[in-house]
Design a protein around this ligand. Sequence first.
Ligand SMILES: Cc1cc2nc3c(=O)[nH]c(=O)nc-3n(C[C@H](O)[C@H](O)[C@H](O)COP(=O)(O)O)c2cc1C
Length: 359
Amino acid sequence: MSVQFQTTHEIIATARKNVSQNVWNYITGAAETETTLRRNRHALDCLALRPRILRDVSEIDASTSFLGHKLRIPAMVAPVGSLQTITPEGGIAVAKAVAEFGIMNFISTVTEPSLEEIAASTDHPKFFQIYIRGDKQWVDDLIDRAVGAGYAGLCLTVDSAYYGRRERQLISGWLPPSIRSNPKRVHQTKLTWKWMSEMKARGGDLPFMLKGVQTAEDAAIAVEHGVDVIYVSNHGGRQMDHVSGTMAMLPEIVNAVDGAAEVIIDGGFMRGTDVLKAIALGARAVGLGRFHAWALAAGGQEGLVRALEILEAEIKNSMGLIGLTSIDQIDKSYIAAAPAVSDAHELGAFPFLPDIPRV
Ligand SMILES: Cc1cc2nc3c(=O)[nH]c(=O)nc-3n(C[C@H](O)[C@H](O)[C@H](O)COP(=O)(O)O)c2cc1C
């Protein structure tokens, strides 16, 4: 890579220069007033870490495992649709970067190239994220294709009965390819616990995740239905506006699940300290949405690898400074409530971007 980024600030500044205003709006924007987007950041900003001292932190291991797979850091690349608008190789750039770095990723139903081509592009295990764009037969065929292509798990997104009203897109009139022509989207509004169970059964032994769980009540119902992974998410604020930040939801959901399923989370995770806060409050790993989309925009596959290296450096540095040598040592005793010190917004984790127009 011609530029060796030292910080995520530089990655975001480069992404902003590389993409059109329309693609920037697509990656960065959220629904309506973008309050949910801001609350994701605000919930993270309202937690402080409690460092412990005089421990030998000369060797630090930031790795963990998820569903039997090793993760070099407790983070995964979240599903993002229409990746081909951000980098020409689309989902293949993500798969190659993630394989090279050593974590896992989710492939969206609505990205390019095909789920088979992305699966075949690397050997590392990846998860397939399901959107409903047809009837039961259509979904069964999609699941059979994902199973046949060798995906390591299925992830059903459940916060998207309707497409959020993303006003940056409505004002500019530009929609991502996945949304431009979608008459079959109506099937998504008919999704129920019963249909979800049928999809889970169709996947056979593959781990099944629900992405978009936002309450303890639904987490408990999901566990009753045998769901393997509760993915706490509000879609990065792109769907329902005026819900809570995901880090504010996490404790009640971890409590309701009570170890009966894995819990993962996304929404505003940009920094090593963000990741550690989620693990301390009971998540197994975090999903990276805009973080990875910006990295792809800045430098494709190489840009994403570099962004993950920077995130790892931040995680390890923070672990050493709070007195931890392995991820399983962190728990809620390392967390305190704290007032946020700045306004939360989509670039709130990056205070040194004065020249970047936010819209
Ligand atoms: C450009 C973009 C496209 C997305 N497309 C999908 C998608 O196809 N399927 C899905 O389940 N979530 C999708 N999401 C939501 C992410 O998976 C994730 O939940 C969200 O980005 C997390 O918030 P963050 O961006 O603040 O990290 C998308 C997010 C972005 C930014």
